[in-house]
Design a protein around this ligand. Sequence first.
Ligand SMILES: Cc1ncc(C[n+]2csc(CCOP(=O)(O)OP(=O)(O)O)c2C)c(N)n1
Ligand SMILES: [Mg+2]
Length: 584
Amino acid sequence: MARMTPSEAFVETMVAHGVTDMFGIMGSAFMDAMDIFEPAGIRLIPVVHEQGAAHMADGYSRVTGRQGVCIGQNGPGISNCVTAIAAAYWAHSPVVMITPETGTMGIGLGGFQEANQLPMFQEFTKYQGHVNNPQRMGEITARCFDRALSEMGPTQLNIPRDFFYGDIDVEISQPIHIDRGAGGNKSLDDAADLLARAKFPVIISGGGVVNADAIEECKALAERLGAPVVNSYLHNDSFPASHPQWCGPLGYQGSKAGMNLIGRADVVLALGTRLGPFGTLPQYGMDYWPENAQVIQVDADHKMLGLVKKISVGICGDAKASAVALSERLDGRTLLSDESRDQRLAQISQEKDAWETELDEWIHERDDYSLEAIERAGEGELHPRQVLRELEKAMPENVMVSTDIGNINSVANSYLRFEKSRSFFAAMSFGNCGYAFPTIIGAKAGAPERPAVSYAGDGAWGMSMGETLTCVRENIPVTAVVFNNGQWGAEKKNQVDFYGRRFVAGELENPSFAEIARAMGAEGVRVDSLEDVGPALRQAVDRQMNEGKTTVIEIMCTQELGDPFRRDALSTPVRHLDKYKDYV
Ligand SMILES: Cc1ncc(C[n+]2csc(CCOP(=O)(O)OP(=O)(O)O)c2C)c(N)n1
Ligand SMILES: [Mg+2]
């Protein structure tokens, strides 16, 4: 036990948990602790808006596998973070959100910046620690850090602001590491038997494979089975794209090769994935989910087993340990699928070739609205698909890419391929516009040696571009690609398909984003010819890595639009009132 102030206990516990960086905006509520961040070896990275701070903590945790930390002033600084914490929750990111609160002697009186801060994060946190007595500062801080990792999601540390002061006796806790294990023997035996009897097994490699650093173990299992491997939705970095058995992502704007192959499966091994409902919806008019296949699902969270899809075997385990245990059980065994190994590998390669050829030829969208948009496009407006292909070809090795929510960003799903995990940070299931840019800044802060590239549409860019100032001020160089199509395209697509092209609030009249970037102290480049796309990305990455400069690449695009996001959730309008009778 050592005598400390609660501020010291709080800071020392963070140090014990390896915290070196935090994101946030300073405030009086935690100034007593903030005062000793620097001598403790903690850098508080000041941001433009607290939503950005929480996204940065998310990106930081997704690339490092360690806790990302954010903090803000009680009341508005904290409520500004809600959206980003919700996004981190659905990305399974171990973010610790530190929320200093109104002092205990004032709460309930309607004082300054007062808010009840636990309910606002209740739905989006795995654990909420409230320091109800200053003596417990160290204990509850440690628990928030441990739970973020053990539960793989955000936790909240709520601290009444007067509880930073005083004298307490504390023993600083060391981190608790949880070894999750492979799952129960019976479920592993059953799964191995199913795999041994499978004729056409297919593996879905999910976010759990990324989080458990289990690519090699997934690869070994896939190679033993000769099975196609598809990525679960927006986890394109869960299997190396150069591997002959990699078949690309399932889900919205994913790989037709992957969808065709999983459609033939009699056994699906869903490794480290919750099989989220959005990620397996029909695409390109194909209802590919193999309803009659037996499904083995491996997830570290038992509550995900069988939640969305019917399963035959559920394994509550760590993706890495479970993959090893399954490989061991298959070792030396003859598998039914061994007979057809060569034919299946040939099918994988045929399907992939066909999809690559289709992508090469699919240079623009072909629906009526898109054809008209192309017709009316001005000089220098490029086809998004061609732009995305050029960017794909120009991506540097070891790149980290974040993507936003929007039509072009979603189409990008077919063109983003990775060799290693912890490389792709999409906006995942919360699907908030404005996700990608701050998230890549956090990722870059966590891995300064890796090139960092974000994608955003012009609408989403408007929400998030303020953080360019953070890149410049804090010397965290990244490369931001902005697809400028002058519209909130993804939502406009619904007006095309369902609302008789009655466009409401969808057009965006934009200033020059390149000029704005330059005014903020970054480099700004406008691209309006296809040949310039690749070189612009390469030069920007070069400036990022060698000169420490952030570049915003604004790419001028036509208004053509790919398949809509939510075909599953919209229906053609019905109007009963006479005055709206034409609105059908
Ligand atoms: C915070 C937030 N607000 C609104 C939406 C609804 N929404 C989804 S996509 C989209 C349009 C995105 O436009 P843009 O970023 O320009 O990309 P584009 O679709 O044009 O490629 C909107 C408004 C959302 N997902 N998140
Ligand atoms: Mg747009």
